[in-house]
Design a protein around this ligand. Sequence first.
Ligand code: LIP
Length: 261
Amino acid sequence: MDRAKETAIKAARSAGQLILQKMGDKKIDHKGTFNNLVTDVDKAAEAIILEILKKEFPGDEILAEESGASGNKGTNRRWLVDPIDGTTNFAHSYPFFCVSIALEEAGELQMGVVLNPVADELFWAQAGGGAWLNDKQIKVSKINKLDMSLLSTGFSSNSSNMERFNHLTNITHGVRRDGSAALDLCFIACGRTEGYWELRIAAWDVGAGILIIQEAGGQVTDMDGNRLNLTAGRFNIVASNGLIHKQLITSLADLQPTRTN
Ligand code: LIP
């Protein structure tokens, strides 16, 4: 698994270098709706990552945000790649985005890497090996009360989440909407926030962050508190330091006008 981690870090750093170089020189396009953005840099960064992964692991399957599924479908090893998580931020040169790369084996997350190239923060984890920020091990926070917690969420282009955002904002220390699910998850892992939720998120957005939180002592489930199914196209997610998980699930459920899956 070390070779997978080293390869993922190499790919993330190569993509991160290009992303920073192109911050002031990108072409913005839309995927479907007017506010679901993609740039030429997303695609170029993904091409760099996939070239490195396919050279090192030609027998593996890859699911990437911009190019979809590729590689060997018959294997039980699947890479989850988001070349720029936080594309809308990047498109506006708003400096909060990352590269997210994860590896699943037989349906279990084994390795995850999230690189924030602006802050030069590399979050990573291997199953059973703890969670790390650069060369320091990280742990979730010890805050055990929802009303003392700082949360985050996202508004993927086709989900309504405003009522929950308002409600949770009023009963906690606040809810941040940073625009990068992978970094939202890593911020829980290193104790900067205590919880996160989002509707209709994709596996490539959260695969690496899920393992990093779990290895940092946190918890990730669906909105009912059950195990996530990463093979679903899009799914609802709740993540936390574990200590506030039940309180967060309950508060979100209090408000669900209709169950959205
Ligand atoms: C983004 C997610 C974010 C979500 C956005 C978007 P992308 O991923 O990280 O949490 O709210 O709608 O899906 O598209 O920048 O890779």
